[in-house]
Design a protein. Structure first.
Length: 264
């Protein structure tokens, strides 16, 4: 065989082998973890370790939160049970994005569409009530994209969504929706909003009454008429997201407000 033909054959074989080698060397991405700290307070950690916190609170009934850190803190509105950034241990170093700018009823939406590390954040302006904010003011839905997951935190949404709002929200994989009524959506209203948004993978009920916090209605109304196979209750306050094709969709996840092993 001529040398030039042999060299060409070896070159072609090396190209064919390269994708195989790269596939072998590539490590699977670390999972995305969602943690609930009671009320509307969640932290979500990306595969690269970036932690996004939503609506931090300091509600006494949920106990003192120790050791919670975040790189990015998002606040849907200005009520003090959603803005307690000091419960985040490293809040002075974290980037803080408020959903509203200004004070009180004169506050307006803070329009957000930006990247932060390996995360992208968008906002959609909505209302805290069903009379265009005349009672409780404005509210912001935050949309966070990380590792291919599209996460929507509705804050204290108080109304069904308009076609324009739904278009701005876009496709959602993971939905955090208030269900406890009184100041935001109740269970039946939350089901209507879920039907509008149509989250593909997970639903996390939030802003609800619990065993230790009874200022809001419990999750019961939201769970009525839901398929039992699509409800998962955990004795922990965190879950690792997965795309297991055998998992029911969308899965309603009821997390505990405290880590497993640290509950009274």
């Amino acid at each position: 065989m001529p040398r030039w033909l042999l060299a060409g054959l070896l070159f072609v074989l090396s190209l064919l082998a390269m994708p195989v080698l790269r596939a072998q060397d590539k490590k699977p991405a670390a999972p995305v973890t969602v943690t609930w700290h009671g009320h509307s307070f969640f932290t979500v950690q990306s595969s690269k370790g970036t932690v996004v916190a939503f609506d931090p609170h300091a509600i006494q009934e949920y106990g003192r939160r120790i050791g919670i850190k975040a790189d990015l803190i998002l606040m849907s509105h200005q009520h003090n049970d959603h803005t307690q950034v000091k419960v985040i241990e490293n809040y002075k170093e974290a980037k803080i994005i408020p959903g509203l700018k200004g004070v009180g009823q004169r506050a307006d939406w803070n329009h957000v569409d930006e990247g932060f590390k390996d995360v992208h954040i968008r906002s959609v302006g909505v209302y805290h009530d069903n009379i265009e904010g005349m009672r409780y003011g404005k509210n912001t839905i935050f949309l966070v994209e990380m590792d291919g997951w599209r996460i929507a935190h509705l804050g204290d949404l108080g109304h069904s969504l308009t076609p324009g709002q739904l278009k701005r929200i876009g496709p959602v994989d993971v939905l955090m929706v208030p269900v406890g009524g009184i100041y935001a959506l109740n269970g039946s209203e939350a089901k209507e909003v879920v039907a509008q948004i149509k989250p593909k993978e997970y639903i996390f009920p939030t802003h609800l009454g619990t065993k230790v916090y009874t200022n809001l209605l419990p999750v019961d109304e939201f769970l009525q008429d839901q398929e039992g196979a699509k409800i998962a209750k955990s004795d922990d306050n965190k879950i690792i997201l997965n795309r297991d094709p055998q998992r029911p969709r969308p899965l309603i996840v009821l997390l505990h407000w405290s880590p497993k092993g640290k509950q009274e």
